[in-house]
Ligand binder design. Sequence first.
Ligand SMILES: Cc1cc2nc3c(=O)[nH]c(=O)nc-3n(C[C@H](O)[C@H](O)[C@H](O)COP(=O)(O)OP(=O)(O)OC[C@H]3O[C@@H](n4cnc5c(N)ncnc54)[C@H](O)[C@@H]3O)c2cc1C
Length: 311
Amino acid sequence: MTKRDLDIAIIGAGPGGLTAGLYAGRAALRAVCFEKQGIGGQIANTDRVEDYPGFERIGGYELAERMANHARKFGLEIDFTEVLRISPPDAGHRITLELADGRSLTAGAVIASPGGTPRKLGVPGEDRLQNRGVSYCALCDGAFFRDQVIVVVGGGDQAVEEGAFLTKFATVVHLVHRREDFRASKVAQDHAFGNGKLQVHRSTVVTEILGQDRVEGVRLRNLASDEETVLAAGAVFPLIGFRPNTGMLPPEVEKSEGGYVITDSWMRTNVPGIYAVGDVREQLCRQVTNAVGDGTTAAVAAEKYIDGLAG
Ligand SMILES: Cc1cc2nc3c(=O)[nH]c(=O)nc-3n(C[C@H](O)[C@H](O)[C@H](O)COP(=O)(O)OP(=O)(O)OC[C@H]3O[C@@H](n4cnc5c(N)ncnc54)[C@H](O)[C@@H]3O)c2cc1C
């Protein structure tokens, strides 16, 4: 296969991209998946996955490896190079990709599955205790902290809604917000703040996450009084936002207010031949199951698009 003439270029070897690659391979399309780091995306950094159908429990990296091997078996090539830029289709309907190693190639369709990055607090203990009680996904990891004290950080819809969700498992959820007022919608606040298991700490920041091998607590500072306290807790969820990785896409690709790519139900963006799947696109849930479903749809839709161009 000459990489200069691909049917489908896939950006990102997370669950979305690997599934798109599996379907593209099975459809005998010339597909390459470009990945700037390692296989698996976000899921590779997760030690336990308990909500992927068919696997009651599997390590995140093992799941990623299985997906990658499965896609390779059907002919997907994974090329460990970053995609820097994609241009919209030219007059001949070819999309040009510029790669970090200086190569440039064209594809009939691009499936963008570059995911996104949870925003971090940037406090001592956060990186060291990630996956040891520090998590950025309440839906994914909340159930691992049954009957424990949970700290949620943030003041937007994500923190308030997911803080309320975590009360299903926790003995108590401490919602820590650096300002007096919350940005979350009034409906979300009314719902959460009426919950007896949720305690709100306004004008307060987490200055350190404490613990040796697992989260044991947080150090808090009240910004009004400058008073420091230590709160014992088994888990910390910084829910202060998620940055979709869209920098490589052409600026004309339409995005939501939060910066997520807008697609239709076929995963088509507003730019012909460019599809977006998984965490990078505007949708209700960001889970592996969503990403793999999107990847399937995008690969089938892209195949139809390419066939249509071929007449
Ligand atoms: C802490 C945590 C725990 C989680 N636990 C679960 C769970 O238990 N169950 C569950 O269903 N979901 C879980 N999730 C969510 C799940 O990981 C994501 O929904 C899923 O990985 C999204 O897949 P994706 O393919 O869209 O993106 P990602 O997994 O983010 O993969 C994107 C890939 O694209 C690559 N990339 C980005 N830009 C470029 C570029 N320019 N060029 C080349 N490559 C690029 C990245 O390096 C990355 O490998 C968890 C998430 C987190 C953060």
